[in-house]
Structures are given as C-alpha cells and as structure tokens.
Design a protein around this ligand. Structure first.
Ligand code: NAP
Length: 241
C-alpha cells in the first residue's frame, strides 16, 4: 500500500515544497489549504502530471469538525495515514498594546489548536495501524521569543510542549512526534518584514546566511524516514538554541 502524507497549509511556501518532495518520493499527498484553492489545485495537477497521486482539501485547521471530516475521508479512501505535517500557520504581529484579542485568538487557534485538532483526528488511525510520524513546524520565536510577536511566539512555544507531551503519549503505539524549527525563509509569511529585521535575523546566524528552503524540506523528508527519533526539537539554521 502506498504511504499517505497529510500536510496542512500546503498551498504555498514550505508546505507546497514539502508536498512536491513527498510526491516525488512516491507518497499519496493531501494538500490542505484554507483559501488558496487555485494554487492547491495546481500543486495536485503538477504531482499528477509527474505520475504521482494527490488530493487538495479545503479545511480550516481551527475547526475540529473540518479536520475530522477530511482525516476520515482520507482514511476511508486511502486506508492509511502515515505522516502528518502540521505546517499551516499565521502571524498577526503587533506590540502588546496594539495586539487585539481577535488577533491573539486567531493566531493561537490556527498555530496551536490547529495541530491539536489534526493530531487528535489523525492519531486515531495511526494507533489502529501502530505506526505514524507527526512533524510539527515550530519557530525560533517559540523558543527565544521576539518583540512584536507575542501571539506567534506563544503559539509556537505551545507547539513544542504539545510535541513533547504527545510524543510521550503516542510512543507506545509506535508513533513518532517531532518538531522542526526552520530558519528565515522568503515566503508570503515573511514578505512584509522590514529589511532591518530580516538582516538582523540573518546576521544572528553563525554562518550569516538565510535558510535554504530545499534544505528544510530534505531534513524533514529524511527525519520522516527515521525509526528511532521522537520527542525532539530540531533547529535547522546556525543560531545556537
Ligand atoms: P505561508 O507561506 O504564509 O503559508 C501558510 C499556509 O498556511 C498557507 O498554505 C495557508 O493556506 C495555510 N493556512 C493558514 N491558515 C490556515 C487554516 N486556518 N487552515 C488551513 N490552512 C491554513 O507560510 P510559510 O512561511 O511557508 O510557513 C510554513 C511554516 O513554517 C509555518 O508553520 C511557519 O510558522 C513556519 N516557519 C516559517 C518561517 C519563515 O521564515 N517563513 C520560519 C520559521 C518557521 P491558504 O494559502 O489557503 O491561505
């Protein structure tokens, strides 16, 4: 049976690159998105044209019902869920006096409750098959904090706690749970950051370089093939945690 991977927020940026890489490796890929139907459909078409299999699914990771419904229909259709990558995320950056309760809630709901929803639904089927790997995409902000990013930092720190606790719970079912911290990548998420902030991030790297997204993708792909790694948090650039 072909392996199945679910990638949240795969219509753009890192999620898109992961979808294409896992498809190339022979996985059946679920390309989840919220709004970007056209680009999700294009990714599915690209995978199909290269001889692979993929489905695009609009589902809001904030909604337990949406998530349950796509996970159930994938399992019914393809009979397995081998890898789940919690990649979907948003930023609503602002200094504290200007950070609204709505922005705080939307960020926590997407970046932290979203992974909780997907893990709870997908792990049910992973437990049935006594195998699975969940990879959560966290952030440097979640470990070190960043001024103006209280909501995003809190959500990504929470995701690290979720990773460790769920790894402890699911290990006995042969399910691995890890988190990855990519360095600074040029995507829609970072396009509005002032140049001075980007320069500061890059220069805080020992190697003084921004992150090559292809390296992040390759790291995650190789991590997904490892059998004896769980509960770990991997930083992928040259800042020392
Ligand atoms: P991005 O380009 O902004 O893409 C975000 C993706 O998340 C899109 O596919 C979007 O779907 C989806 N999404 C947002 N809200 C959603 C929801 N409620 N339900 C389902 N999907 C939703 O982001 P990126 O830069 O590739 O980031 C990918 C991951 O890496 C994130 O977890 C981010 O925190 C992390 N990260 C990024 C960087 C960086 O420098 N870029 C650094 C460290 C960590 P639509 O297209 O439909 O809106």
């Amino acid at each position: 049976m072909k392996k199945v991977i679910v990638i949240t927020g795969a219509s753009r940026g890192l999620g898109r690159a992961l979808a294409l890489r896992f498809a190339e490796a022979g996985f059946r890929v679920v390309v989840n998105y919220l709004h970007s139907k056209d680009s999700a459909d294009e990714i599915v078409k690209e995978i199909f044209n290269k001889g692979g299999e993929a489905l695009s699914f609009s589902a809001d990771v904030r909604s337990p019902e949406d998530v349950k419904s796509i996970i159930t229909s994938i399992y019914e259709q393809w009979g397995t869920i081998d890898i789940l990558i919690n990649n979907a995320a948003i930023t609503r950056d602002n200094i504290l006096p200007k950070l609204t309760s709505e922005d705080w809630k939307e960020t926590i709901d997407t970046n932290l409750t979203g992974p909780f929803n997907t893990i709870r639904s997908a792990s049910k089927y992973m437990i049935k098959r006594k195998r699975g790997h969940i990879i959560n995409i966290s952030s440097w902000s979640g470990v070190k904090g960043r001024s103006g990013q209280a909501a995003y930092s809190a959500s990504k720190a929470g995701l690290i706690g979720l990773t460790r606790s769920i790894a402890l719970e699911l290990g006995r079912f042969n399910i691995q749970v890890n988190a990855v911290i990519p360095g600074f990548m040029k995507t829609d998420m970072t396009k509005d950051l002032p140049e001075s902030v980007k320069d500061k991030i890059v220069s805080s790297n020992i190697l003084n370089r921004e992150q090559d997204m292809a390296e992040v993708v390759e790291f995650i792909y190789n991590l997904s093939k490892m059998n004896n790694v769980s509960g770990q948090i991997f930083n992928l650039d040259s800042r020392i945690l």
